[in-house]
Design a protein around this ligand. Structure first.
Ligand SMILES: *[C@@H]1O[C@H](CO)[C@@H](O)[C@H](O)[C@H]1NC(C)=O
Ligand SMILES: *[C@@H]1O[C@H](CO)[C@@H](O)[C@H](O)[C@H]1NC(C)=O
Ligand SMILES: *[C@@H]1O[C@H](CO)[C@@H](O)[C@H](O)[C@H]1NC(C)=O
Length: 450
């Protein structure tokens, strides 16, 4: 680079740093996709960019020997929890479908498609027959008893499925949503793949709608980590996605049938689908029932929900940033529908800017000012093999051996304080679901050019 332009560049970055709330969203979006690469389980492809990760869990199998390799490790651990993984996939697909220009600007369309396909290829393997779906591989308690690399795992990794006698309507409906949303993503590049996904989407929805139970009551091992609460919201969300992917109004009649139970729900995360479902239905139908619901939701979130003194929406002390950004993304979508556009956009942007540095530090690994270096993430904490990696590594004060680029950690406590401590998993862990709305929101901000 020529001295003159590098001098300008220097000045420019200085100015950028000096203005609060001005971040390189494109850079963060690209890093967030690297985070998903680092979470990959199974046989890694030759174009894998996160090369400190290697093939792992190549023996993941169903009860009858079905191949269940692939998919994503959930968080700092190595269990493959199908429910949050499906939610993640739906939200990533939603972002790519509706913020394609943002992804194009970030030169990341292909990478995002790969991130989605890494999950959907695995979900297809898990759907072993019409009413049998493997919703988890690896036991929470067994997995959490080890600290080390996924490449070195020797413990048993049992697989758990939902069936007609042990159903999971929430898991089935969310997986249907993921398949349906991904079918739209792949429609123009590979209609064969899109058709396969759509067939599975319809079957999974039917499974979830007909056989009602909570996944965590059927796959009880998941109670270590993910206790789900209702399934009506997942069924509404799934129906909205099936409607979007098919234009079959039958799915809207399902929404109507579930509405009375659904209408008093709230939130948006791996478990609660209320906010995302109403804003998606508002987008698809324009019906005032949905636009009113999303307006009330966002007014509550921005005006009344608990906040820290530095302005972070603070719903739960476990992964608070994830909840704040989930709410922000849903309301950014409402803004796109012309609902209080300026107010919601400004308020939503404040939430993500908090994570990127506005509160005095970055909460995104490998990005910005003073990013976390002690994330609760086994794989990143371990030096390359053959060095020992065990509970001493976990308890040590040394930073993680690898930079888990783009992973957004849980966040501060209610006093806006974060202590970078690997053992404080409520605040220092990452999760596939944490980065989902985060990434889609970045794509929208890049698209908006703000
Ligand atoms: C399209 O998807 C099908 C089904 O997964 C696959 O067999 C085929 O190779 C894909 N085609 C291309 C061009 O990627
Ligand atoms: C559904 O109908 C709308 C309006 O006619 C159209 O724009 C959209 O492409 C259709 N979607 C599908 C999946 O057929
Ligand atoms: C936040 O963490 C700091 C440092 O550990 C502690 O002093 C403070 O009491 C915590 N605040 C809350 C609300 O837990």
């Amino acid at each position: 680079m020529q001295p003159f332009s590098s001098c300008l560049l220097f000045l420019f970055s200085f100015i950028t740093l000096a203005v609060a709330g001005s971040y390189d969203y494109k850079d963060v979006l690209q890093k967030s996709l690297l985070f998903y690469e680092a979470q990959r389980s199974g046989k890694l492809p030759s174009d894998q960019k996160v090369t400190w990760r290697k093939d792992s869990a190549l023996n993941d199998k169903g009860e009858n020997g079905e191949d269940l390799t692939g998919g994503y490790y959930d968080a700092g651990d190595f269990v493959k929890f199908g429910f949050p993984m499906a939610y993640t996939t739906t939200v990533l697909s939603w972002g790519l479908l509706d913020h394609k220009k943002g992804y194009e600007t970030a030169d990341s369309v292909e990478e995002c498609m790969k991130a989605i396909k890494w999950a959907t290829d695995y979900f297809l393997k898990c759907h072993v027959s019409e009413y049998e779906y493997y919703g988890q591989v690896g036991s929470g308690n067994v997995d959490h008893a080890h600290w080390g690399r996924p490449e070195d795992m020797t413990e048993a990794r049992p697989a758990y499925k939902i069936t007609t006698s042990k159903p999971g309507s929430d898991l089935a409906a969310e997986t249907a949503a993921a398949f349906a949303a991904a079918s739209l993503v792949f429609r123009s590049s590979n209609s064969t793949y899109a058709d396969i996904l759509l067939t599975h989407a319809k079957q999974m929805y039917d499974f979830g709608y007909k056989y009602r139970a909570l996944v965590s009551n059927s796959i009880t091992d998941s109670q270590c980590c993910y206790v789900s609460t209702h399934y009506e919201d997942d069924l509404v969300w799934g129906a909205a996605w099936l409607y979007r992917a098919t234009n079959d109004s039958t799915y809207l009649t399902y929404v109507d049938a579930l509405w009375d139970t659904f209408k008093s729900m709230y939130g948006f995360d791996w478990d609660q689908k209320y906010g995302g479902a109403v804003v998606l239905l508002a987008q698809l139908t324009g019906d005032s029932k949905y636009t009113t619901a999303i307006t009330n939701f966002c007014d509550y979130v921005f005006d009344q929900a608990p906040k820290t003194s530095k302005g972070l929406i603070f719903i739960v002390n476990w992964g608070p940033l994830r909840y704040a950004i989930n709410m922000a993304y849903v309301c950014l979508r409402a803004a796109d529908l012309g609902i209080n556009t300026d107010t919601y956009r400004t308020a939503a942007k404040k939430q993500i800017d908090y994570a990127l540095g506005d509160a005095g530090r970055s909460y995104v690994i490998g990005f910005g000012n003073n990013p976390p270096t002690h994330a609760h993430h086994r794989s990143a904490s371990c030096p390359d093999a053959p060095a020992v990696c065990n509970w001493d590594t976990y308890h040590g004060s040394q930073p993680n051996a690898h930079v888990l680029y783009g992973g957004m950690i849980g966040g501060p406590n209610k006093s806006d304080i974060y202590v970078d401590d690997r053992t404080d998993y409520r605040h220092s862990e990452v999760g596939c679901d944490y980065n989902a709305c985060f990434q889609s929101m970045l794509a929208r901000l890049v698209e908006l050019g703000v």
